[in-house]
Design a protein around this ligand. Sequence first.
Ligand code: BG6
Length: 533
Amino acid sequence: MDSRDSRVAGGTDAVTVKNVTVLETGTCDIETPSAPCAIVVIGACGDLARRKLLRALYRLFRNGGLPADFFIVGADLPDKTSREYRDLIKESLRELGGEDVLQKDWSNFASQIHYCTIDTETASPYAPVADFLSDTFKKQDMPGNRLFYLAVPPSRYADIVGDLGKASLAPEDNGFGGWSRVVIEKPFGHDLATAQQLNKSIQKFFREDQIFRIDHYLAKETVQNILMFRFANAIFEPVWNRRYIDHVQIMAAETLGVEHRGVYYEHAGVLRDMFQNHMLQLLAMIAMEPPSIFEADRVRDERIKVFRSLRPFPVDRLDDHLVLGQYAAGNGPKGEVPAYRDEPEVDNDSLTPTFAMVKVFVDNWRWHGVPFYLCSGKRMAEKTSEITIQFKEVPHLMFRKVLPETIRPNLLSIRVQPNERITMTFQAKSPGAKICLQPVRMNFHYASIHEGDLLDAYETVILDCLLGDHTLFVRQEGVELCWSFLSPILEACETCDNRRQALHLYRAGTWGPSRVEELMNRDGRSWHAARSQ
Ligand code: BG6
């Protein structure tokens, strides 16, 4: 069964879009930031800036997501003119495809892009940026609103923030007027101590409300929808607890390997790369209580309460709660791929995990005793991020005399990406004279209510920074609580005697080590998040 079969009776406003009946159509237009501003991209020639940020800015520009008065300053080490930088961006957009950079709006957009060379040999490397901003604000009669996006390796965050401070770019009372905000990418620190240290360095110059710590998973359309789904519908909340839910599986599988990020990844591994941030944030969205009002700080308070309720990890029973893996040679999206250990800049005897499954409990009234199985890996069979809520079995099997098979419990799956959708699986009678059941699915596909692309996570992030909305960003307290939870696990994994034996190799292009199934089976459950395609 799919949504074709599950139309709801529509009122006069109902329209049918593909297979879904949308009862009321509404616009959900971009909220255009009204305040004129400068967007300073630091690390402007790097991968993140070229592939993601400038593209996101261009798309926002085309869709009315940038203020009427804005300009972009690319700041980086290579010596370039603004014209050369614009050409570089144009070329990158061309390579990415999907954007017609030759349209007339490209030249309007490009005319707002400027470039400043940073000279780290001087006492104040960002003085040229400060001079440029000051001149342009004056010339264009703009207030000094400015956003600094640090698209650089994490090891440079503290120094760059210090340099912005030296150039008087951070404080809001520096004579420019207007606001000053800084965007910091993950990973925020390497562990609890370094995260605290980094925060101290940043807070010397920027207040907490000027800092936007990104977790791009929170900006994904479908992740935001979890809150709407849970709290704008009355029917789910009553069953969203330990009385009805058996367990939750949260999966983020990737087909990509470590690519050219060997140096970083060797240092991080999957637990720091995906769990400290994305996986725990997804867990918080599923487990949090409803805030009294949809406001940034209230929503963030509730997410933080979940982190505070995480049961300390039983490091003496790692086998029951954790599976670590590393990909061996196998298949990637375009054919054969090497093992992790044979990737560039990776130690050929590396014990860095590229896959992990962690069983987590949230110790509060709602979730007592409900395991959350979080799982993420590189070079897996498919790219998919999905959350599956498995409900409990029916309390009494009234069909047991006529039905040979057991009745499978209901599943609710939220597919975060790709092919975003929500699916409910339930039992229905198979047509015919005999009493037979079969599991059927009811699907809601995002594509059926939205033509074209959804807003990309980076577009959302930039837009929210310009609007000053912190809802999708992480507070320092959240960062620290996540590190506090994860640090004992990391320490246990990285210092245990049987580190080599505890790392299970899996063939690239599969769903990870079979050990995951074993752990789930021991718990009397099965692993289906990735197999419900
Ligand atoms: C990043 C990780 O934060 O998220 C990467 O550093 C990972 O290793 C990426 O590939 C996954 O993001 P997405 O949006 O592609 O699921």
